[in-house]
Design a protein around this ligand. Sequence first.
Ligand code: GAL
Length: 345
Amino acid sequence: MKKRYIAFILAISALAFFSLQVKQRAQKLPHIGVVFYSSEDLYLDYVKSTFKKCAQGKADLDILYSKDQQLVQNEQIDTLLKDKVSVLMLNPVDRSAAGSTLEKAIKYHIPVVFFNKEPYAEDLKRYPSLAYYVGADARESGIIEGKIVADYWKAHPEADTNGDGILAYVMLRGQPGHQDTELRSQYSIQYLNDHGIPTKKIEDASANWQREEAQALMTSFINTNSDQIEVVIANNDEMALGAIEALKTNGYFREDKYMPVVGVDGTLPALRAIEDGTLLGTAKNDYREQGKAAFNLAYILSQGITPTEENIGFTIFDKQYVHIPYTQIDRSNFRIYLGEYASSN
Ligand code: GAL
């Protein structure tokens, strides 16, 4: 009797142990490595918040920052691959390093979802089922900036301060080599020219997406070109806000001294600047949709499933790309987007 009782107790304990193990296994979330080129980038902070939200209860994210150094990023990638993450989500420091990253990833059979900085197409194409890119078509944002400026220029003849019929601009560029830097700079000016507005470049330099750098650059541009500048076009909002600070220090945005300034991203401080009348407009870079699409892709890949429009909820084009459209934000509609920040971020 005693023996049977012990056997019964053992059987119950074994069953309990087994079901605990099954439960633990079921609860084990995929481990996804996420690497950002830097921790000092406001727009990417928003993207990161989206990743974290999406990952709740679905995946463990290991988030790293590469201090804007490709060598640091290479080591981080090596560590994550050796740790056998299910998927690598990667915001490259240098676009041209994507090919060698993919060569390493293929050895470990680990898929890579690039986001925000686009690898060269020839690198991505070599790894059709391993590599994806989630971002936006930067040309659209340049066109939106051009359109905001063109509409203003046409409606405000006084914007042509020297009356020569030529729009004299300063271009504040993002990081050199970044597709957003090149395409936003090119397409904003092309839009103006295509719409009958001749342009003249007064200054054109990189402030690396950063507000303080842009403020310092703009200060020196104002000092050397005093009254020649008629418009400031920035590749992102942070740099536009840096330019606005420099302009404020030089007497702009007071009484009737005004300078049209445009940016890209639609960050919260940029929307506030539209509200207070300093920023003319911006192109919303949709961090929520980009973040969701990149996470959904990574999650599906972590399950060993081939991504499709149905299972990630976003259209995949050329088999490896997801692009989220930009939207124009100006005084006519900024409140809608301010509301979005208030509801959640
Ligand atoms: C751009 C964005 C910039 C900066 C950059 C980083 O898309 O507009 O503000 O975040 O990406 O790669």
